[in-house]
Design a protein. Structure first.
Length: 67
C-alpha cells in the first residue's frame, strides 16, 4: 500500500513537472540573469569602497572579496 502511494505521488509529481517545466525554466533563467547583474554591481561597489579607503590614506587591513 505504501509503495502504491509513493508510485501515485511520483506519477503526480512527474505530471506537474511536465506541465510547469517551461515556465519554471524561464523563471530560473531570469533569476540567474538578475543574480549575475547583482554580482557585477556588488563587485563595482567593493572596488569603489576599496579605492575610497586607499584615497583616505588609512591602511587597508584586507581586501574585500566577492565570490
Amino acid at each position: 500500500m505504501v509503495g502504491t502511494i509513493f508510485q501515485l505521488f511520483k506519477i503526480g509529481a512527474e505530471a506537474v513537472l511536465k506541465e510547469y517545466e517551461k515556465p519554471v525554466k524561464h523563471l530560473i533563467k531570469a533569476n540567474i540573469e538578475v543574480l549575475k547583474a547583482l554580482n557585477s554591481f556588488t563587485g563595482i561597489l567593493v572596488t569603489n569602497l576599496e579605492r575610497m579607503v586607499e584615497e583616505e590614506g588609512e591602511p587597508q587591513r584586507e581586501k574585500l572579496k566577492v565570490e
